[in-house]
Design a protein around this ligand. Structure first.
Ligand SMILES: Nc1nc2c(ncn2[C@@H]2O[C@@H]3COP(=O)(O)O[C@H]4[C@@H](O)[C@H](n5cnc6c(=O)[nH]c(N)nc65)O[C@@H]4COP(=O)(O)O[C@H]3[C@H]2O)c(=O)[nH]1
Length: 871
């Protein structure tokens, strides 16, 4: 407990309630307040106690206190050292919080609410003042019950009282807000100052007389002086007179202008000798009546900026020259899709002058589709900010085709927004033409100009997916020419090409423009027919195709007849996979061919199994010769006069690894259709010649070996060369070989066949006609072609005993043969009765199961030389 706190109000002897102070007391208070007011500098209070003689002390004080913004108090310290309050104005409560009723205890309350650290300060201040009677002044922190911690300023003037006590008349002020504002102001100032000091631009302030009042670090650095060396000095103290004079002149101009003056000047700094371009802003500082009291300066070193600006300007000029002289058209478009700039090349290309393009949209300059594409891409670049590229193809007035690759590049503002689009065109007409050519080569058949397999496949896929979307049906037709190979082989490739060309045209004339006629290779064509209503649509097209292809073709001035076969598959009925559909159409095609050609056939499920088997057979057959699966069986030819063996017919067998021994009936059609018979036939001829060479020789009766030749072997050139090389290789003589051909070969009536047969005959081969009587029996060929032997088909032999007609026919054939001096061999002799009859009809030779089935070479060699004619 401090002494001050223990002072009581009564002890001072002026209890406000019981004993009002004397007039003398009021006068002294007024004096004290007057002094204090002067001390504070607030206002001069001259209270003349005599001027208000009747006014009680309390009221006088209260009205005085009302006039003051601070709270007033009067406190006394007695001899015992106790402090007691004798008066407290109402504003004391604002300063320290609610007051007790007993005013004497206000001093005690003040100490109680005072921050503990500040209590000793306050006490020391009072003690010193009481001793010296000097005014006391202190600042303390108070814990205000309602406002929290507050900063109070207390000032009081002491007076020694007649009774020896010391009375303070004082005031108390809440400085919390003022201090806060001052602090904030100080902080703001400090911040501003530090910003000013640290900004890279030079900042300074000069007074009216040109003396520096302030400068920042940049200024110090640039002038190579410290702040202390600058402040209070003029430009003439710091710089060369000439430079200083120019600075002062600029200050004056700013002051006279009364506004910001901006200058740019090259300054050589004496300290460094450096020459820099400085941009200076000078602002006159005015007082409250508008008179200039100084100049604020701000200077920026713009040497680098200037250098960059000049460099940019130079570069801009260079680019402009480039753009203006570029042979590529260059245009700039705004967000409204209108042209803002066009270089001369663009002007020349589009309008003959660049200015004429300004303000126009692409759609106003280019043909419709190019204009639309251009504007679409422009809009896209403007909204997405991405680059775009497209090709514009167009024709000039003379009909020349051009192609420009147009590249669109966005141009952004500083906020990253696209403000314009640069369009640069490059003439790629040559590239376009070459690409067209490459495409033509890659996607079109060079002979017929029809789409090739690659394009066909592409369109097929598109057709199927379009059909799936539209729900329409679509058809795939595969077309194969029936006798193309013959034309190609016998008349030569140019003739084949001409035929294919004509076929392509006929096929194209059978379909709509939207359909695709393609050449898949060789004589294989295909047609895609999208959007069909029903199967009949395809049927009609197929019939039209058959009709057109069945008509004569004129190739190299000669008439040629080739029919065609058509296989058809439909989507979605038969399938929706491209490969599947083509495969099904192929299957149908095989079936159409198998059914006698010149026909069309729709795919059905049961065709597949057959086709698969055939396909597998074909695959196996391709490797059969190489894998040694082929062998020859031999069937003896027997002389009907004496039963002696006079030769043999070589008959092909395929020892299939899975299916066992297969007779030609099962695979010969495949071998013929695929052309494999040519290689197989060559192998057969070689094998048979080896056997004949083995079985024949000097002093031995001739054993001719008959070899079957396919029509296709005649169609491919090289048969003569093959025969020659085989004879040489096998050391076989042509006289030991009989070549069996069919009547159909002779019906081809080609010079080439006649020439080949004649040549073979000349070489020494015997020529036999196989299956005689079953063909077209245009007997005239017997005289025109070099024929030695007729082999009577076994169907006549087998029916001769039961069917009188067959018997008569057989007799007729025999007599015809005799009259033409042709040898006759009767095939399929199974009974001795048949043998007997044939012998009676002067048929010299026969072969058939009666004597032996076709057997392997080993078995054949073990057969007896003679056969009994009767069983
Ligand atoms: N029912 C019956 N049949 C008999 C009798 N005697 C012989 N045969 C059969 O009649 C066919 C005679 O041959 P092809 O008329 O030249 O008819 C041959 C020939 O056109 C062809 N062929 C066979 N081998 C070759 C060959 O190496 N090259 C060519 N291009 N065709 C061949 O295949 C056809 C059938 O040959 P294969 O099945 O061997 O059938 C043979 C033979 O086995 C008989 O008494 N009764």
């Amino acid at each position: 407990m401090t002494k001050c706190q223990t002072m009581s109000a009564n002890a001072c002897g002026c209890d406000t309630a019981a004993a009002p102070p004397t007039c003398r007391d009021v006068s002294s208070l007024a004096r004290c307040l007057g002094d204090y007011a002067r001390l504070l500098g607030e206002r001069t209070l001259e209270l003349d106690a005599a001027s208000c003689p009747g006014l009680p002390f309390q009221e006088q004080l209260a009205s005085l206190a009302d006039m003051m913004s601070a709270a007033l108090f009067a406190a006394r310290i007695g001899d015992d050292g106790e402090l007691s309050c004798v008066y407290a104005s109402e504003k004391i409560a604002d300063a320290i919080g609610p007051l007790p009723k007993d005013v004497g205890r206000v001093a005690e309350l003040l100490f109680a609410r005072c921050h503990p650290d500040d209590q000793p300060v306050m006490r020391a201040c009072l003690t010193a003042s009481a001793r010296s009677l000097d005014p006391c002044s202190t600042e303390i922190r108070i814990l205000h019950p309602g406002k929290g911690e507050r900063q109070l300023e207390i000032k009081a003037v002491p007076q020694r009282q007649p009774d020896g006590t010391v009375l303070w008349i004082g005031m108390m002020r809440d400085l919390t807000e003022t201090r806060k504002i001052t602090r904030e102001l100080d902080e703001t100032n400090a911040r501003l100052l530090s910003v000013l000091r640290t900004i890279p631009d030079m900042v300074w302030l000069k007074d009216k007389s040109g003396m520096y009042k302030m400068c920042n670090h940049a200024f110090e650095r640039r002038s190579c002086k410290t702040e202390a060396e600058i402040i209070g000095r003029s430009d003439f103290d710091l710089y060369e007179p000439e430079l200083a004079a120019s600075f002062v002149q600029k200050d004056r101009e700013a002051t006279e202008a009364g506004k910001v003056c901006i200058n740019e000047e090259w300054v050589t700094y004496p300290e460094t000798g450096e020459e820099r371009l400085i941009e200076t802003r000078k602002v006159p500082i005015l007082d409250s009546v508008g008179a200039a009291i100084g100049v604020l300066g701000l200077a920026r070193d713009v040497t680098e900026r200037k250098r960059i600006e000049e460099m940019l300007a130079k570069r801009e000029q260079e680019f402009r020259t480039l753009v203006e002289h570029s042979s590529d058209p260059i245009l700039r478009y705004g967000p409204d899709l209108r042209c803002r700039y066009a270089n001369p090349a663009a002007g020349a290309l589009l309008r003959n002058q660049a200015d004429g393009l300004l303000g126009l949209r692409p759609s106003q300059l280019l043909v419709r589709e190019n204009g639309e594409i251009f504007e679409r891409f422009l809009s896209d670049v403007l909204t997405t900010g991405g680059e775009q590229e497209f090709e514009a193809v167009w024709k000039d007035d003379a009909g020349n085709r051009f192609c420009h690759l147009v590249k669109l590049t966005p141009e952004f503002n500083t906020e990253g927004k696209v403000t314009s689009v640069l369009a640069v065109g490059r003439d790629i007409s040559e590239l376009h033409t070459s690409r067209q050519k490459i495409r033509q080569i890659a996607y079109y058949d060079q002979l017929t100009r029809l789409p090739n397999r690659a394009l066909f496949n592409e369109r097929l896929r598109r057709m199927i997916s379009d059909a799936a979307i539209s729900g329409q049906m679509a058809g795939v037709m595969v077309i194969d020419l029936d006798r193309f190979k013959a034309v190609n082989d016998t008349m030569g490739h140019p003739a084949g090409d001409a035929l294919l060309h004509e076929v392509a045209q006929r096929l194209s004339s059978c379909v709509r423009a939207a359909d695709t006629v393609a050449r898949l290779g060789g004589d294989e064509f295909a047609i895609l027919v999208p959007d069909i209503r029903c199967r009949d649509d395809l049927e009609q097209i197929a019939e039209r195709i058959l009709r057109k292809c069945d008509k004569r073709f004129v190739v190299q001035g000669k008439e040629v007849f080739v029919s065609c076969s058509v296989g058809i598959a439909m989507s979605p009925d038969h399938g929706t996979e491209p490969d599947e559909l083509v495969q099904y159409a192929d299957t149908a095609l095989y079936s159409a061919k198998g059914n006698g050609r010149n026909a069309f056939r729709f795919y059905t499920k049961d065709l597949t199994a057959h086709a698969r088997e055939r396909l597998m057979l074909e695959l196996d057959l391709r490797h059969a010769v190489r894998r040694g699966e082929m062998c020859l069986h031999y069937q003896p030819k027997v002389c009907l006069k004496n039963g002696r063996r006079s030769g043999a017919e070589a008959l092909l067998r395929w020892n299939h690894p899975r299916l066992g021994m297969i007779s030609p009936d099962r695979f010969m059609a495949v071998a013929e259709d695929t052309g494999l018979i040519v290689d197989i036939g060559a192998w057969v001829l070689r094998e048979a010649c080896f056997a004949a060479a083995e079985w024949n020789g000097p002093d031995r009766p001739v054993q001719k070996v008959a070899v079957n030749l396919s029509v296709r072997q005649f169609q491919t050139r090289g048969l003569l060369a093959l025969a020659e090389s085989v004879l040489e290789e096998t050391r076989c003589r042509a006289e030991w070989i009989e070549l069996e051909i069919t009547e159909s070969l002779l019906l081809e009536e080609h010079e080439h066949v006649l020439e080949t047969l004649t040549a073979l005959r000349k070489m020494g081969f015997t020529i036999a006609i196989d299956d005689f009587g079953t063909g077209y029996s245009a007997l005239s060929y017997l005289t025109r072609f070099p024929i030695d032997v007729l082999k009577i088909d076994r169907s006549f032999v087998s029916r001769m005993t039961s069917d009188g007609r067959s018997m008569n026919l057989l007799k007729a054939i025999l007599s015809l043969a005799h009259s033409l001096y042709l040898e006759v061999v009767a095939e399929g002799v199974e009974t001795s009765e048949q043998a007997e009859l044939l012998r009676n009809f002067h048929c010299r030779l026969a072969q058939g199961y009666l004597f032996s089935r076709p057997v392997s070479k080993d078995v054949f060699e073990a057969l007896p030389d003679g056969f009994p004619l009767a069983k």
